[in-house]
Design a protein around this ligand. Structure first.
Ligand SMILES: [Zn+2]
Length: 136
C-alpha cells in the first residue's frame, strides 16, 4: 500500500477523525504521524480494507498486537478491551456501524470463552459458531 496514494491518505484521515485521533486499544490521543490503521479482522482471515474493518491504532499498540485478530487480542487484554469498547461507544457510529456489531459479538464470545462466563448473558450456546482459531 502506497502512503502517497491520495485516496489512501484521505481514508486514513477520515478514520483518524472518526476515532478522534485516539488509539482504539490504549485510548491515548496521538498526532496522525503516530497513528496507524489496524485491521479488525486481519487480512489473512478475510478482513477487507473497508472503513468498517479499520480502526485507529497507535504504533506501540500495533507493534504489540501485530497481525492478531482484534477479538483475540482484546480477549487477552482486559484493559485494552475496556478502552476499545469505550472508543466504540463514543466514536462516530455512522462510519463504525458496519464493524461494531460483528466485532462486539466476537469480543463477547472471546470474553465468554476466556473467562468462563458470558459477559452479556445473552450468549446462547450453538447459536453462532465460535471464532476460528488464528493459528496457522
Ligand atoms: Zn495504543
Amino acid at each position: 500500500m502506497s502512503r502517497s496514494d491520495s485516496a489512501t491518505v484521505a481514508r486514513r484521515e477520515r478514520i483518524f477523525r472518526r476515532d478522534r485521533y485516539r488509539c482504539s486499544y490504549c485510548g491515548e490521543q496521538y498526532l496522525a504521524a503516530e497513528l496507524t490503521l489496524d485491521h479488525v479482522e486481519p487480512r489473512q482471515r478475510g478482513g477487507d480494507q473497508s472503513e468498517g474493518n479499520l480502526v485507529t491504532c497507535c504504533r506501540a499498540c500495533n507493534a504489540v498486537k501485530g497481525g492478531e485478530a482484534a477479538w483475540s487480542y482484546l480477549a487477552r487484554n482486559a484493559e485494552a478491551r475496556v478502552r476499545f469498547l469505550e472508543a466504540a461507544a463514543s466514536c462516530d457510529t455512522r462510519h463504525a456501524r458496519p464493524v461494531w456489531p460483528r466485532l462486539l459479538r466476537a469480543i463477547e464470545q472471546a470474553g465468554a470463552l476466556g473467562s468462563g462466563r458470558a459477559a452479556s448473558g445473552r450468549l446462547r450456546p450453538g447459536a453462532e459458531s465460535p471464532p476460528r482459531r488464528a493459528d496457522k
